[in-house]
Write a protein that binds this ligand. Sequence first.
Ligand code: GRF
Length: 201
Amino acid sequence: ARVVVLISGTGSNMSALLDACRAPEYGAQVVAVGSDRPGAGGLERAEADGVPTFVVPFRDYTDRSEWDTAMSDRIAAFEPDLVVSAGFMRILGPAVVGRHAAINIHPALLPSFPGAHAVREALAHGVRITGTTIHFLDEGVDSGPIIDQATVPVEDGDDEAALHERIKIVERRMLVDTVGELARRGWNVDGRHVRLGRTEQ
Ligand code: GRF
């Protein structure tokens, strides 16, 4: 399966995917990495691996829908089977979501704590268990059908950075597992439920 990964920052989830893709039996191949930020750290790692990168800065467009269309066109040029939003911090609109199958990884147990400050808000709320969610993207904010989740306990004395780092360890493993599973088995979305398809032999 051809995968385009979208990032805005460090790209440690993207790096985990690039590592996994080295094994031919993994079933997925990262064909491009895209960003809304020219300085996103993960772009260098992708380039070092010989993966094409592209940047579509939000400020270059007059409105959200123009940016969304430009993003969608850049993605489409790589003919992906799946788009993976992994630390991509802008909301993708209908031009992207309506055209490409896309998943997102979010650092909380959705539907709790959607949005850009999930870890901070979970801590502030006093939850004892949080975690991470992989879901299909729809036009809402962190609202598409859930594919997988994993829990992470909050420890006494956790601050946002410490808790987020522990969540990211779990995220990287879950993202690699999920993308591999989707690539090998295919999927369909039935209402709010994701069903993995049969292995195509
Ligand atoms: C991850 O926690 C992801 O869930 C969230 O942003 C973070 C990205 O981290 N959306 P990285 O750039 O993959 O290191």
